[in-house]
Ligand binder design. Structure first.
Ligand code: ADP
Ligand code: MG
Length: 232
């Protein structure tokens, strides 16, 4: 069942993803292969509309490929029952969106506590970890504020902290600094990078920012629906 080398934590094999658009089909990914190793930070740099979000959604088990396979932690996911896919996503994957997607009615701390409690962690333990993560992201003083009371950079720091609240092995980030000014982007990226490095996470990060992408272990792009190496 687990036939991957130990260090490959995410693998897309021959993935095809097509969107039906009325008469014709839009082939976004075709014969797409990609592997991410434990502890590796990879930047995905490609123009708008080339399929970055599609790739991340497939990797994050938020969508299914039309053909091909997505392995997460050595497990083939395409034929998995939904309940198992959901559990695997919850246990193994953290996702950061361009817009924070935090729950507006809850404070920053509560946004970190809730996913942990859903996973069965006690409230006191969840609160402790939330506090540690907010401190790590240098926003502990904003913990009792709701998202609307936070700046864009603070919102993204909370969103990153939330993505790792359940200690996933894989972090997927879809243009996490795309909505921020250059200085704030740099700060948020540094925080994300430090977190990824210190937790030994594998991370795939879509970004348009070449300066940030160069800080990754390697860069890839999308070319006619395939992932190819990119020299920045
Ligand atoms: P990127 O994130 O690189 O901008 P996307 O993965 O969002 O690219 O989209 C790739 C292509 O697929 C685009 O042409 C987009 O319009 C199209 N697309 C994305 N999602 C859907 C969908 N749910 N239905 C139809 N077309 C879609
Ligand atoms: Mg996108």
């Amino acid at each position: 069942m687990n036939d991957e080398p130990d260090n490959v934590i995410l693998k897309l094999s021959h993935v095809r993803r097509v969107y039906s658009e009325g008469e014709r089909d839009l082939v976004v990914l075709e014969s797409c292969d990609f592997s991410l190793k434990r502890g590796e930070l990879v930047a995905l740099v490609a123009p708008s509309g080339t399929g970055k979000s599609t790739l991340l959604h497939l990797a994050g088990l938020l969508e299914k490929p039309d053909s091909g396979e997505v392995h997460v932690s050595g497990l083939a996911t395409r034929g998995m029952p939904d309940i198992k896919r959901t559990a695997l996503r919850r246990d193994e994957i953290g996702f950061v969106y361009q817009f924070h997607h935090l729950l507006p009615e809850f404070t920053a701390t509560e946004n970190l506590v809730l996913p942990q409690m859903i996973r069965g962690i006690s409230k006191s333990e969840a609160k402790k970890r939330a506090g540690e993560l907010l401190e790590f992201m240098r926003i502990s003083e904003r913990g009792e504020h709701r998202p609307a009371e936070l700046s864009g950079g603070e919102q993204q720091r909370v969103a990153i902290a939330r993505a790792v609240a359940n200690a996933p092995n894989i972090l997927l980030a879809d243009e996490p600094t795309g909505n921020l000014d250059p200085d704030t982007s740099l700060h948020v990226f540094h925080a994300l990078e430090t977190l990824v490095r210190s937790a030994g996470l594998a991370a795939l990060l879509a970004t348009h920012n070449h300066d940030l992408a160069r800080r990754a272990d390697r860069c890839v792009t999308l070319d006619h629906g395939r992932v190819v190496a990119l020299d920045l």
